[in-house]
Design a protein around this ligand. Structure first.
Ligand code: NDP
Length: 509
């Protein structure tokens, strides 16, 4: 077991070498820091208390219960949120059923499209507000919520708005009917984006929804409720019910729900599959992952380094398709690891609302504890850990970008989903060995391949058991492109026409 922490001042974050013309001595380091560039919180009007959104109105929970949602970067309570109980779920499902029968389900597609276009426009108009709120509630860096989460969320509404009046072209020769009421449960890593992945196709196809956000990140979903009101969406078409996991189970097993869509852990996904078994409910599960990011010796290494960093440190590594296992061809391991360490030393960890921050706060104390425990298991099992020297804020849930070398396939850090900024490096000699190792996991969500040869990309892609394979890039998302997994990563696809398919019943003409 060995632990190495970078102390060489040449590589310390925020230092640069002085040009010799400055007369400071050859290659002497000049310390410099980015000035803080905080995004203003003023654009967000936080309420002290948020209700449930049922039947187009904000309502208290039936038993009046609430829970606190916390800013993981500061540990301050942001607001108290109504905590749905089973009676509230029943109320929300009733509202969704009524709306499906009386308004939404009877609207022609072109009318549904108008609402979806309106929602997309409102998300764009209020994008700064959404980005700041999302970063405050989840801990993700503002540059990601601003440049990735919110624009992609709006893009999903634009995209599915376009399909709402064209279902006959999406499914030629068939008649596409809505399923009815969809129960949707989303996680905390991309709260607004997962909401849009689920709500946009459901509404486009004529379904109504009851959505349960994760308990640590309910606020962007509740702000979305405000967008629904602003868009004049008929009451009951979208219902949002924050609450604990058990209430989520009550929702998915509710007898008046026609379709269940879940994104989250494999463990809960399995329980949901059991809860739905034996019914005629539609089910899509998007679960965990342990993706291999494979780098061949002919890859453009500097580009690969950027892709690897993006693959595992984007959103603090709290990404189901994160490239958490780096498979590197043995002959280039030393060079690539050295480059990675250099690059890690420039990553800025800290205040999510600072525009220069690369890695923000871990979403919750529980998640930080899980990451800490798995990293300790990594060193205990004999892998070699590297973390760059960087100061962490005194408060909040932060974790340094971490890289493990000397990792064996049997190590927990090579097998289990860590869901944190932790990369495990393994090696291979031949393409066959790379395929063997990449597929040696119960998961099958995503993979990455880095090579100069298109023929090798095609050779590998055919052999990878992963729903999404990126070549010479990583973590690219587009509403037109289906996303989903194999094996314990779940089944069904979200995005593109495939995503629409999960929300319709196809009948013969
Ligand atoms: P969960 O799977 O528990 O949470 C995801 C969603 O499911 C949340 O809305 C949660 O509600 C809800 N939920 C929890 N229990 C139930 C239940 N019995 N029935 C119905 N819904 C339920 O993930 P965790 O937040 O506990 O994270 C644990 C691990 O899961 C992470 O460390 C990570 O490895 C993995 N994960 C994977 C994700 C992915 O996208 N693949 C996303 C999130 C986590 P509530 O928040 O109230 O508990």
């Amino acid at each position: 077991m060995a632990t190495e922490t970078e102390t060489d001042s040449r590589l310390t974050r925020g230092t640069q070498r002085a040009p010799t013309s400055w007369g400071l001595g050859d290659g002497q380091a000049i310390p410099w820091e980015y000035a803080p560039a905080p995004e203003s919180r003023d654009v967000v009007s936080l309420k002290e208390r948020y209700g449930l959104f049922i039947g187009g109105r904000e309502v208290e929970a039936a038993d009046g219960a609430t829970f606190a949602t916390v800013n993981p970067a500061t540990e301050e309570t942001l607001a108290r949120v109504a905590k749905a109980a089973p009676a509230d779920i029943d109320r929300a499902v009733r509202a969704a059923r009524r709306a499906q029968k009386r308004s939404w389900g009877t609207l022609p597609g072109r009318e549904r499209a108008k609402y979806l276009f309106r929602i997309a426009r409102l998300l764009q108009e209020r994008s700064r507000e959404f980005a700041v709120l999302e970063s405050m509630d989840s801990g993700k860096p503002i540059k990601e919520s601003r440049d990735v989460d919110v624009p992609l969320a709006a893009a999903h509404f634009w995209y599915y708005a376009g399909w709402a009046d064209k279902l006959e072209y999406a499914f030629p020769g068939r008649v596409a009917r809505p399923l009815g009421v969809a129960a949707q449960i989303i996680p905390w890593n991309f709260p607004l984006l997962m909401l849009s992945w689920k709500i946009a196709p459901a509404l486009a196809a004529g379904n109504t929804v009851v959505l349960k956000p994760a308990s640590t990140t309910p606020l962007s979903a509740l702000l979305f409720a405000d967008v629904c009101r602003q868009a004049d969406l008929p009451p009951g078409v979208v219902n949002i019910v924050p609450g604990p996991g058990e209430v989520g189970m009550h929702l998915v097993t509710h007898r008046d729900v026609d379709k269940v869509a879940f994104t989250g852990s494999t463990e809960i996904g399995k329980r949901i599959a059991k809860g739905v078994a034996g019914t005629d409910k539609g089910l899509t599960l998007e679960l965990g992952g342990k993706a291999a990011n494979i780098v061949f010796d002919d890859a453009p290494l500097d580009q690969a380094v950027e892709g690897i960093v993006n693959g595992i440190y984007f959103n603090q590594g709290e990404v189901c398709c994160a490239g958490s296992r780096l498979l590197v061809q043995e002959s280039i391991e030393d060079t690539l690891v050295e480059k990675l360490k250099d690059r890690l030393s420039t990553i800025r960890v800290g205040d999510p609302l600072d525009k220069n921050t690369d890695v923000g706060a871990i979403n919750s104390k529980a998640q930080l504890e899980k990451i800490t425990e798995l990293v300790a298991a990594g060193t205990a099992e004999g892998a070699e850990m590297y973390q760059p020297a960087c100061d962490l804020p005194d408060r909040g849930y932060f974790f340094r970008p971490t890289l493990f070398t000397g990792v064996a396939q049997s190590h927990r850090i090579a097998r289990e989903e860590i869901f944190g900024p932790v990369l495990s490096v393994l090696t291979f000699r031949t393409p066959d060995e790379a395929v063997e190792k990449a597929n040696n996991t119960p998961y099958g969500l995503s993979a990455g391949i880095w090579t100069d040869k298109a023929s090798r990309i095609l050779h590998m892609v055919k052999r990878m058991k992963a729903g999404v394979v990126w070549a010479n890039t990583f973590n690219r998302f587009d509403p037109t492109s289906p996303f989903g997994g194999y094996k314990e990563s779940g089944f069904g696809r979200e995005g593109g026409m495939h995503g629409l398919h999960a929300y319709v019943r196809l009948e013969d003409r």
